[in-house]
Design a protein around this ligand. Structure first.
Ligand code: GRF
Length: 230
């Protein structure tokens, strides 16, 4: 369990990161790739999944990262499972937990000690469309743009303070599938850029406000064409 409420690296070592994923793991793969290219000063210590067949687990093994799958059906309740998986993660003393396609609503009591040390990537421009089917909902609403958000995880589903967003225009003929496909590479860039800011100690959560280089954000940072967050 983290001692402070904010993920902050010690100057002497890279940020220790644990990733949780339920499926494909392309955002996890983007973190591995950036770390390998020395674009991210992080140490990815483990990948956790709630699905033993998640392709993300294979990606971890192939990268030499510890891959841990726990099965929800082995636990008496949802909360028991959540406690077990987070207790296991805590043993690895991560500075930051990244939820990258982890398709579970986590028990609020389990989330509480990690507030400030856990982020999630969500495929919508929050506060629009928390929950599922975000691409279809953006299309149904007739939105001109869509996007993705990285936010600190709090007890409220997809409701924690948003750190950064990336957006793209919705074009004529878009379907939920085409929108998801165009958004995915942007999501990868957004996640890498956000984790990089955290690893460099430039972002923290204080009193439920995202603080960027000492200043509380009044709006989420936006990803520009050069992958900088402004
Ligand atoms: C991404 O769209 C992410 O925003 C959402 O789940 C998806 C995960 O994709 N939370 P992947 O498993 O990282 O490929």
């Amino acid at each position: 369990m983290p001692e402070s409420r904010t993920a902050s690296p010690e100057p002497s070592r890279p940020l220790r990161v644990v990733v949780f994923a339920s499926g494909r793991g392309s955002n996890f793969a983007a973190l591995i790739k950036a770390q390998r290219r020395d674009e991210l000063s992080i140490d990815i210590v483990a990948l956790f999944s709630d699905r033993s067949t998640a392709p993300a687990l294979e990606l971890a093994r192939a990268a030499g990262i510890e891959a841990i799958a726990l099965k929800p059906r082995d636990y008496a309740s949802r909360a028991d499972f959540d406690r077990a998986i987070f207790d296991r993660a805590a043993q690895l003393t991560p500075d930051l937990i990244v939820l990258a396609g982890f398709m579970r609503i986590i028990d609020p009591a389990v989330v509480a000690p990690w507030v400030g040390c856990m982020i999630n990537i969500h495929p919508s421009l929050l506060p629009k469309y928390p929950g599922l089917h975000t691409h279809a909902r953006a299309l149904e609403a007739g939105d001109a743009e869509h996007g993705s958000s990285v936010h600190y995880v709090t007890a409220e589903l997809d409701g924690g303070p948003v750190v950064a967003q990336a957006s793209l225009p919705i074009i004529n003929g878009d379907t939920p599938e085409s929108l998801a496909a165009r958004l995915l590479p942007l999501e990868h860039r957004l996640l890498v850029a956000t984790v990089s800011l955290i690893a460099n100690g430039e972002i923290a959560l204080r009193d439920n406000l995202v603080v960027h280089r000492g200043h509380a954000l009044t709006a989420p940072l936006r990803l520009d064409a050069n992958d900088n967050l402004r």
